[in-house]
Design a protein around this ligand. Structure first.
Ligand code: DGJ
Length: 722
């Protein structure tokens, strides 16, 4: 898997090769990442870097300004965007890293305090740790590369160790990589806002620096911590696609700088804006992990790598491989207007349709009249709404044969709460400045372990007080006026990263204390839908927008990185609460089916026909979820470029193929649409209803959408018969 030969490291997965070499003066040069190469590289060629006029020679008559580098600290002859910046005790900010040695491990070590992909016993995974050093500053930098041979993924991370005098780290990317030979390529990223998360944006890479970033204190709905670069010609199912995904839930930056010679430096890591870290002698800084996924089968091929890796080697715990709950959530059904009987009535109706979990959303705790009132932070029971307590309610839900789930927003506090009264200093704020409210709440200071332990205790107490088997972990504001009374003044630049470390500590503790609870993360919908959160909670509420047509796009964009098994997807009432639009009930079901399916409405208010459609949808979901969640997903038509959106899922055993077809504007007598399928056995025959098709026919001619209803929204299951 990992070889070192003639000064070149080869990192091979089944289908890919990543190569870097140690150039004369200890420069670690990036040589290649792409389709698997079995032969050795020609060293004379790969180390023959073409000289560029005006570049300063800082290594063996060559310049780091034009050598493709594996990691590129600030200050030398390399004038491109740096991947690391620091100010040392002598006032200088020049870091000169040179190769020292390397180590190959037969495993994948954990990253201290941070979520990351992992290897299990028997997995074919190796890790290369390359040791780089700045002799003058007594600084050691370890570049780690883990190779998942069978999953075709490579992860990278960086650990910076100070063995010299105290210094200030002001930028520490998780990786950078210099691509040669990629002019006129495209950059893809997922941007948006509340309710319109993960819109796919594809733009041409031009000279200069282009990036996306979050400064919100969360990975955010504005940009997802993911970018891809690809050729102009790359489509969903053909061409080269290179993906970069950051396992982190806080501020990040990701981008590419194309230099005048057409070399692109891709980088990703914690956003240096609002960041610095003081490193004393003997201290280290661990950067979050970046996951690299290359496919020569286009963007769907790249996503398939992420889906499998994240589903099986990022998500953890007993729910990772289990069929998850089919839930009904009362939020859009009642908002704050509920009592015990109302919740039980909703659950009773749902239970009859095969729904197995009733989730009580916001408003169950003392002080919570509406979102403008208090109570966040105290987590005491609301005896006005639920006089018999959560215990009694959970018992009534359990008596229906259902699990009971509960909403929390543990990172927040309302100004009107016992907690804030007792500890006004426990919120993020800058002393002497006004702390802005958002949704009438403040963010708790998770840099303070005492605050983290309070949250663990308060949430844990509620979880032990009743039979709670599911938790929705919400977070509904971004950070402003960031400061901590807990940290000394010279460490104020560390607050935003330390907050995320505090959050990870809380999540690690609670999910280990309650391994039988299914945790779902949420941030006003998908405002913190990232791999970091998936490590602790295997599913995320994808968006507060439940309108079917909008959801098609949001889920499609989300699937660039995240498997459908990670996406909470619910059927809601119409006119839709976010947009006022009415879509067919069946379409709402069809759109939610591939995700973690559930309902977000009061089924007692549905017509008989809608109830029957719901019953059939639950049945269909239970029959097909294995294919949606564990199968291979191909995106066949994008809702961002056409009115028609088509997804295909091929089951692990390759015997079932599902097509999900959604059309924005179905028209009478629509033009013939043939959908070419992927991943079939070309020699086999597939059956759909009474018709049979050859695998080769479906892949080359395509499946013809046969009537307008099917064109509007349908979930079609092909079965391989021979
Ligand atoms: C935002 C979430 O996304 C909603 O689903 C709901 O839980 C509300 N918060 C409750 O305040």
């Amino acid at each position: 898997m990992i070889l070192f030969k003639n000064n070149i490291f080869y990192l091979n997965t089944n289908k890919t090769t990543y190569a870097m070499g140690v150039f004369n003066d200890g420069i670690l040069a990036h040589l290649y990442w792409g389709k698997r190469i079995y032969n050795e590289f020609c060293a004379d060629e790969v180390f023959d870097f073409q000289h560029r006029h005006m570049a300063a020679f800082d290594c063996d008559c060559k310049s780091t300004d034009y050598i493709p580098l594996e990691y590129a600290p600030q200050g030398g002859a390399d004038l491109r965007i740096p991947s690391m910046e620091a100010t040392y005790s002598d006032g200088s900010n020049l870091t000169v890293l040179r190769y020292c040695d390397y180590e190959i491990l037969n495993s994948k070590p954990k990253l201290s305090g941070l979520p990351a992909t992992y290897a299990e016993e028997g997995d074919k995974v190796e890790t290369l740790v390359v040791h780089m050093r700045d002799e003058l500053q007594n600084l050691d930098v370890y570049l780690s590369y883990s190779v998942f041979e069978e999953l075709d993924a490579i992860t990278r991370s960086v650990r910076i160790v100070n063995n010299g005098e105290k210094f200030r780290l002001t930028k520490a990317m998780s990786f950078s990589m210099d691509f040669y030979g990629m002019p006129k390529s495209d950059l893809i990223h997922l941007d948006g806002c509340w309710g319109r998360e993960r819109t796919v944006t594809r733009r041409e890479i031009v000279h200069g620096n282009q990036n996306i970033e979050s400064r919100a204190g969360a990975s955010s709905a504005y940009h997802n911590p993911f970018i891809a670069v690809c050729d102009k010609e790359t489509t969903e199912n053909s061409g080269d696609a290179y993906g970069f995904s950051l396992v982190y839930s806080g501020n990040f930056v990701a981008g590419i700088e194309m230099d005048p010679y057409g070399c692109g430096r891709v980088y990703m890591g914690i956003n240096p804006c609002k960041f610095e870290f003081i490193l004393e002698n003997g201290e280290d800084f661990q950067c979050p992990e970046v996951v690299l996924a290359y496919s020569s089968n286009g963007l769907s091929g790249m996503s398939q790598i992420y889906h499998k890796l994240y589903r099986t080697r990022l998500c953890r715990g007993k729910f990772r491989d289990a069929d998850r709950f089919v839930l009904i959530n009362n939020w859009e059904a009642t908002y704050f207007n509920f009592d015990e009987d109302k919740i039980v009535k909703i659950a009773e109706k749902a239970a009859k349709l095969g729904v197995d979990t009733m989730v009580l959303d916001d408003g169950w705790f003392a002080g919570r009249v509406d979102e403008m009132a208090g109570g966040l932070g105290d987590w005491l029971e609301n005896k006005d709404r639920l006089p018999n307590g959560l215990k009694k309610l959970s018992e009534r839900i359990n008596a229906l044969g259902m699990h009971f789930g509960l909403w929390f927003e543990p990172e927040m506090v309302n100004p009107v709460s016992r907690l804030f009264e007792a500890h006004p200093e426990w919120i993020l704020h800058v002393k002497g400045r006004t702390q802005s409210l958002s949704r009438y709440q403040y963010t708790l200071d998770l840099t303070n372990k005492e605050v983290c332990d309070y949250i663990i205790g308060a949430v844990g107490r509620v979880l032990k007080s009743a039979n709670i088997e599911y938790v929705k972990w919400d977070m509904n504001r971004y950070m402003s006026e960031v400061g901590s009374e807990f940290l000394p003044k010279e460490k104020q630049g560390e607050v935003m990263h330390r907050y995320i470390l505090g959050l990870y500590y809380i999540l690690e503790t609670l999910t280990s204390q309650f391994p039988n609870i299914l945790f779902e993360s949420c941030s006003s919908g998908g405002g913190r839908f990232d791999p970091g959160m998936l490590y602790y909670m295997p599913q995320t509420w994808t968006s507060d927008t439940t309108d079917a047509l909008e959801r098609i796009k949001i889920q499609y964009g989300t699937s660039f990185v995240y498997p459908y098994s990670a996406m909470g997807a619910h059927v809601s009432a119409c006119p839709n609460h976010q947009l006022g639009r009415t879509t067919p009930f069946r379409m709402r079901c069809d759109v939610a089916l591939p995700g973690q399916f559930g309902f977000e409405l009061d089924l007692n208010k549905c017509t008989d026909e809608e109830i029957e459609t719901s019953r059939r949808a639950v049945e269909k979901y239970k029959e097909l979820r294995n294919v949606f969640h564990r199968g291979t997903c191909y995106r066949l038509r994008s809702p961002f470029s056409t009115d028609l959106s088509v997804l295909e899922f091929v089951s692990e055993d390759e015997n079932t193929v599902i097509l999900c077809v959604y059309s924005k504007i179905p028209t009478v007598l629509a033009a013939d649409e043939y959908i070419k399928l992927y991943g079939l056995d070309e020699k086999a025959t597939y059956k759909l209803g009474g018709k049979t098709y050859g695998g080769d026919y479906l892949m080359n001619k395509g499946y013809k959408l046969c009537n307008n209803v099917e064109y509007a929204s349908s979930v079609l299951g092909f079965i391989k018969i021979n």
